[in-house]
Design a protein. Sequence first.
Length: 100
Amino acid sequence: MSQTVHALFPCQAGKGVELLAILRSEQGLTATRAFEGCESIEAYTDTDNPDNIVLWEKFATRADHETYLAWRVETGLLDALASILASDPEFTYLDIHSDV
C-alpha cells in the first residue's frame, strides 16, 4: 500500500510565490516525480494564507519518502529554502482507512 504524505511549507509573508517558482523548476517537482518510489505529488496553496504551501505526496513506501527527503537534504535544497520559510517544513504520514 502506498504511503501518503502531507507536507506543509510555511513561508515568510509574501514568499509563497518564490517557493512555487522553485517547485516549478527542473530541480523542483519534476525531479521529485522522477525519484524512485514517487507515485504522485501535487502542490496546493492555502486559500486563506497563500504563503502556506502544501504538498500532497504518494510514495510506494515510507522508506522511499524518507530516502527522498535525505536526498533533498544532501543536494542542499532544504537549506536553500531557509530564506523563504518561516519555520521548518512539517511532514505528516497518513494511513488510509478504506473500511470507513
